[in-house]
Design a protein around this ligand. Structure first.
Ligand code: ARG
Length: 267
């Protein structure tokens, strides 16, 4: 009897091990980067950037196009959990590079400068910079009218880099930790203009900003957003790109795009 119990015990154990090996979890392949076999994907973002990443009303939970996209990507990649960490925009790339984050998804423009420090996924959104001024302002009609004016930008962004170049033309630049604070400063008349990403400024105007602000001039740049990955994890970059392809093929990407931008993505 004792022997039989032992035998059964061993059998149960063996079956258990077998099940663990082929269960729904992620299976490690030989030489595979351990970041791909974890259960949890750790994502960083700076959430003052609606409609890409922002807190739900009366809640700390984050929502937006980027947030739903990375959730869907993590799922497609086989992660059981996708945890979002909130940090300063200029802290995201360092956090990816010291492995405090697996990826950063934060409306990041793919730039040559950043490519020296990190890897990017394939582009997932076409964006660009734009200029917003107060509604009653009649003398700033384009970027050429910013000499002697004050411009608000968010720290570490492409908008901040663009504004930096206008300093030689006599513009003064005020840098803020969040995108919301930059727009707030326009309302409070602390600055004459805000330079930021066009879709974010459009959303801000549509959500009530148009009571005191307007967009002027033409698009200042064409930019592509990408997901930020450490150079230590090229396999994670490949896996993300593959899952992005999957989501583009199975309609998930288009569905999210339409939900957040009210139109189909340009082909
Ligand atoms: N696209 C711009 C950049 O990459 C701004 C991104 C700001 N993102 C944010 N979540 N605040 O510099």
């Amino acid at each position: 009897m004792k022997k039989l119990t032992l035998l059964l015990g061993v059998l149960v154990l063996a079956l258990g091990l077998l099940a663990a090996g082929c269960g729904g979890g992620k299976k490690a392949e030989k030489g595979q980067d351990p970041v791909l076999t974890k259960d949890e994907l750790i994502v960083g973002t700076e959430p003052s950037f609606a409609p890409f990443e922002f807190p739900k009303e009366n809640s700390k939970e984050l929502t937006g196009f980027d947030m739903e996209l990375i959730e869907a990507l993590a799922k497609d990649m086989g992660y059981k959990k996708c945890t979002i960490k909130n940090m300063g925009f200029d802290a995201l790339i360092p956090a990816v590079n010291n492995d405090n984050l697996d990826v950063a998804v934060s409306g990041f423009t793919i730039t040559e400068e950043r490519k020296k420090q990190v890897l990017f996924s394939q582009p997932y959104y076409k964006s660009g910079l734009a200029l917003v001024v107060r509604k009653e302002n009649a003398d700033i009609r384009s970027i050429d009218d910013l000499g002697g004016k004050k411009i608000a930008v968010q720290i570490g962004t492409t908008g901040a880099m663009y504004a930096e170049k206008l300093k030689s033309k006599g513009a003064e630049v005020k840098t803020f930790n969040t995108s919301d604070l930059a727009c707030m400063e326009l309302k409070n008349k602390g600055v004459d203009a805000v330079i930021s990403d066009r879709p974010v400024l459009q959303y801000f105007l549509a959500q009530g900003g148009n009571a005191y602000a307007k967009m002027v001039g033409k698009a200042l740049s064409a930019e592509d957003y990408g997901i930020v990955i450490s150079k230590k994890h090229p396999e994670l970059q490949k896996a993300l790109d593959k899952s992005l392809d999957n989501l583009k093929q199975n309609g998930t990407y288009d569905k999210l795009y339409e939900k957040w931008f009210g139109e189909k993505p340009a082909k």
